[in-house]
Structure formats: structure tokens, C-alpha cells
Design a protein around this ligand. Structure first.
Ligand code: XMP
Length: 536
């Protein structure tokens, strides 16, 4: 067995037990990461063309090969770097991950024209294996074998397993559904254990991570905090720092970690871009003044941002422009506040993944987050993103641990480009003002009816179309707004919230009566996918 070095340059040295996920582009890859972290084991995503030094640097206890949309029958199919098999650590292939492992180790994979499996199905366990022993959803009456409910999504199948492997489970067509080489600790499943429809999926992942890879649960909130604080302290030393501060949970957690690490060596910069919610800065300032001793500089740049957005209708272009101006504003601040050595940001892992900046090969930009990538290289100031490896719910747990009130921790996320992506098409101050009023009413009523914490995110969207309305005896052409409310766990998928009709009626009445210029309110009943949560 090859001993892996422990050259690790992350801020996560605490978790010496870690699982590396090689990404072949499955829609479930993030879920996989979440499931492993929920076991208390740190896990990170890398592209399938990961280099040997990246692997040594990460120092994994085990490797999981994700599923993906490819076929090993393709001419240039994505493959596992050969050295991965020489590492001597456990490897677990899921769906495409199992097929590609089979192919590379001498097995055969066939493209299916019939007998494909998409959705819920069952597999039968025919041989004992550490991965699945004692797991059973049903017993087959005839054979007495254990049967598991699983979730499949594949068009290819392993027809011949590699030498020294054993078939552990079969599907309803008697094809390979689970295979293992227990001596080399190599495993493969054709189904998706990371999806909740696979009833024993969590147990299977736990079995691989905790038993087969011998990982210990060390990815715990208290450890994470200590390690991030140590890492900041080590990097920053006595240098002066500024923090891009929006007052949201990500930047507030970052501020409190910074304070713990380097005391008063930092200043928070709050930029008002004119695209914020109603009285946002006052609210944040009041809260921070009452609870924390943070030094916050307020920078008013409303006009600059609104001018730059004149005539811009493309959402990605809006994001880019806003990101660019933010950079310029920070450059100006850094110049004024010399000698600043570090710019700190509250970027989190999903910002990185959605912006296509992760180490994943499949850089499919969903929406570029302006806090990702923009600030590197400003006037030799170094960029530090202390929570960039964390998911939102992990940041929230840290927030609670640091004593931030639940009302702040569970406040709805607000996107960096702000109202610019909630006003369809061109952004105008008039639209922003209307939207702020509408949003305020919606949120106020959600809180009043105790619905706020039952949903994950809610906001209003401005539609720049005129619709006919009647006021008194007059026919009027006024704007339309849409209300959006969703329930979600990870913001990757979401269901529109089933808000009570009486509630929607009350909000709609208040909006048309209290906000001038609005005659029509609609409620968005689209789920994600195919819609996204924001409209742009
Ligand atoms: P979507 O619209 O992609 O939203 O389904 C998922 C989550 O991300 C937030 N979001 C953004 N956050 N910059 C951000 O900082 C952005 O450009 C951006 N776009 C979407 C969105 O509010 C939701 O919570």
C-alpha cells in the first residue's frame, strides 16, 4: 500500500479522515458530498482528470467515483487516472463510476437499447459483502435473498466483471448491480446510494466511509471553527485586512471568525449598490452595533451601479457588470486604507460550484456569482476566503455556534447582484423602489403569519410589463409583480411553497393598495428544476 503524504494546503487540516469524490458530471454529485459530510467526514469534489499531486495533497482515506452522463462506449470517455488504482486505498464506483472502473480493470460494459432503468427499482443481494451485509428492505420469498429498494438512472450495464471481482447484487434482468473485490477494497454499484429513494443508500455510504475506509467522524462544527481560526491567524499574522461585508450570514460568520482570529485588525466594507432590500444598511448597522463591536465603513455607490446598468438586459451581463464595479470600489477602498494586505470574502462552496470555479472538470456555469473570482489580484492584496469549503447549512451551524441569533442565521439568502436579478431586463431606480416596497410587505406578512421559517426563501420579482387594471372608474396600465416562495434543503432543487390562499390574498391586497404603480400580483408555481429560484 502506498503511504500518502500529508501535504495539505487547505484550512481543514483537522479532518485527517477525508473522502475524495471524483466527478464525472452526475447531477447528484453535490448530494454525494453532502451525505459524506453529514457522516462527519470531510469530502471534496475533484475533476476526473485530477493530477497525482492533487491526490497526494488531499490525502484521501478513500475515493468515490461519481455517476455521469457519459458512456464508456464513447470514443473519448472520461476515465479514472491509472495511478488511482495503485494507491491501495478503497474505491467506490457509483453508476458510471462502476462502469468505468470495470472497463479499466478489464471488465466489459454494454450500451443498452432496452432494459434501461430510470427511477425506482429493486436489486437482489446474492453474495455477502462488507458493503451491503445485513441490509434488507424485503426478503425474496423464493430465494430468501435480501432485496433493496434503489434509484437507478443508467443506459449502460457491466456485462463482464473484472477478474477477481464478485457479483454481490443483481437487478431484475439478472445483470450486475453490485460488484466487489474485497481484497483490494474496490466496490461498485449500478444504483445511486446518495439519492433518498435508495432506502439503504445512507447506510451503504456509511459502510464504505466508516467501515471500509475506517474514517472517524471529525468534521464537526467546533473543530471546523478552531481550524479556520488557526488558518486565518497563520496566514494573516499582523497584517491589516478588509472584509467585503453584506451583512448576510456568510459574511457575518466570516467577520466573527476573523475577529476570533485576528482581533481588531480588520475593517468591514459595506457597499450600497442601490440594489438592496428596504433599509438594509440601517438594519445591519443597528444589529451589529448592538451585538458586535465591528468596524463597518459604509460606501454609498448607488448611482455608479445604476448608471452602469442602463440599457443592460442580459442577466449574466448584469452580474458581470456588478462584479466589475464591486472590484473597482474595493480597489478604491484599499488605496484609501493602505497598508491593507488581505481582502477577505465570505464565499461559500455552492458559490464556487455554481460559478463553475470548482475543481470539477464540468464547468457548467449556472449563474456566475460576482464574489467568485473577481477580486483576485487587486493591487497585490491577497484574497482569503475562510469558509469557501463550506455548504450553507454548515455556515449556518457555525453561525449558531458563534451565538448569532436564529433570526439572522435563518434569514433568507439574498443574491450578490441583489434586486438587479429580480427586475427582469433593464434595471431602473423606479423599479427598485417599487420592488423594495412589495418585498417588504411580503416578508412582513410571512413573519406576521408565522410562515417565514416554514419556507426556505421568499421574495418579489418585478415584471416590466404593463397590464390593464381599474382604479375607481379609470382604466390603468400598471406594472406586474410576482411573488416567489420555495421550500428546499440545499437550494439545488426546490419546490414552490404551498402558501395558504387567504395569506396570498392578504398580501396581494396590501400590495395593490399600498404600492403605487402595481395593479396585478401573480404567484410563481414553478419548481427547480426546470425553473431556477431567482428569475434571472
Ligand atoms: P437559483 O436562482 O440559481 O438560486 O436557483 C439558488 C440560490 O442562489 C442564490 N443566487 C445567487 N446568489 N449571486 C449570489 O450571491 C448570484 O448571482 C445568485 N444567483 C442566485 C439564490 O438567491 C438562491 O438562494
Amino acid at each position: 500500500m502506498v503511504a500518502l503524504s500529508n501535504k495539505i494546503d487547505h484550512n481543514i487540516k483537522c479532518s485527517d479522515h477525508r473522502i475524495l469524490v471524483i466527478d464525472f458530471g452526475s447531477q447528484y454529485t453535490q448530494l454525494l458530498l453532502r451525505r459524506i459530510r453529514e457522516l462527519g467526514v470531510y469530502s471534496e469534489l475533484f475533476s476526473w482528470n485530477i493530477s497525482e499531486s492533487q491526490i497526494y495533497s488531499f490525502n484521501p482515506s478513500g475515493i468515490i467515483l461519481s455517476g455521469g452522463p457519459h458512456s464508456v462506449a464513447d470514443l473519448h470517455f472520461p476515465s479514472i487516472p491509472e495511478f488511482v488504482f495503485q494507491l491501495g486505498i478503497p474505491i467506490f464506483g457509483i453508476c458510471y463510476g462502476m462502469q468505468v472502473m470495470s472497463k479499466q480493470l478489464g471488465g466489459e460494459v454494454k450500451h443498452l437499447t432496452t432494459q434501461r432503468e430510470f427511477g425506482r427499482t429493486r436489486i437482489t443481494l446474492v453474495t455477502e459483502s462488507i458493503l451491503t451485509s445485513d441490509m434488507c428492505d424485503y426478503v425474496d420469498d423464493i430465494t430468501g435473498h435480501s432485496v433493496l429498494d434503489v434509484w437507478m438512472s443508467h443506459g449502460d450495464i457491466v456485462t463482464t466483471i473484472p477478474q477477481d471481482f464478485t457479483v454481490i447484487g443483481i437487478n431484475k434482468y439478472q445483470q450486475v448491480a453490485v460488484m466487489a473485490n474485497e481484497d483490494r477494497r474496490l466496490y461498485g454499484v449500478q444504483f445511486h446510494p446518495e439519492v433518498t429513494h435508495t432506502k439503504k443508500g445512507k447506510n451503504i455510504l456509511e459502510r464504505f466511509v466508516m467501515r471500509i475506509c475506517s474514517c472517524k467522524s471529525s468534521w464537526k462544527i467546533a473543530n471546523i471553527i478552531d481550524n479556520i481560526v488557526m488558518d486565518i491567524r497563520m496566514k494573516v499574522g499582523n497584517d491589516k485586512v478588509i472584509l467585503g461585508f453584506s451583512g448576510g450570514i456568510d459574511s457575518l460568520v466570516t467577520a466573527l471568525l476573523l475577529r476570533r482570529a485576528v482581533g481588531c485588525q480588520f475593517i468591514c466594507i459595506f457597499v450600497d449598490n442601490g440594489l438592496l432590500l428596504h433599509r438594509e444598511f440601517d438594519r445591519i448597522k443597528d444589529f451589529c452595533d448592538k451585538n458586535y463591536d465591528l468596524k463597518i465603513i459604509y460606501v454609498s455607490k448607488e448611482q455608479l451601479f445604476l448608471d452602469a446598468l442602463i440599457g443592460i438586459i442580459d442577466p449574466e451581463e448584469k452580474r458581470k457588470i456588478i462584479g466589475k464595479i464591486f472590484t473597482e470600489v474595493f480597489e478604491e477602498q484599499i488605496r484609501n486604507l493602505v497598508p491593507i494586505k488581505w481582502l477577505v470574502q465570505g464565499t461559500i462552496y455552492s458559490d464556487i460550484i455554481e460559478s463553475g470555479m470548482s475543481l470539477s472538470y464540468f464547468k457548467n456555469v449556472i449563474k456566475s456569482h460576482h464574489n467568485v473570482g473577481c477580486f483576485s489580484g487587486i493591487m497585490n492584496v491577497k484574497l482569503l476566503e475562510p469558509i469557501r469549503n463550506l455548504f450553507k447549512d454548515e455556515v449556518r451551524s457555525i453561525g449558531l455556534e458563534l451565538g448569532i441569533p436564529r433570526s439572522i442565521v435563518y434569514r433568507y439568502p439574498f443574491p450578490g447582484p441583489g434586486l438587479a436579478i429580480r427586475i427582469l431586463g433593464e434595471v431602473k431606480r423606479e423599479y427598485c423602489d417599487i420592488l423594495r416596497k412589495v418585498d417588504f410587505i411580503f416578508i412582513e406578512e410571512l413573519k406576521r403569519d408565522n410562515l417565514y421559517y416554514n419556507i426556505s426563501q421568499a421574495f418579489a420579482v418585478f415584471l416590466p410589463i404593463h397590464s390593464v387594471g381599474i382604479q375607481g372608474d379609470l382604466r390603468k396600465y400598471e406594472w406586474v409583480v410576482s411573488l416567489r416562495a420555495v421550500e428546499t434543503i440545499d437550494f439545488m432543487t426546490a419546490r414552490w411553497a404551498y402558501l395558504p390562499y387567504e395569506f396570498l390574498n392578504k398580501v396581494s391586497n396590501r400590495i395593490v393598495n399600498e404600492v403605487e404603480g402595481i395593479s396585478r400580483v401573480v404567484y410563481d408555481i414553478s419548481s427547480k428544476p426546470p425553473a431556477t429560484i431567482e428569475w434571472e
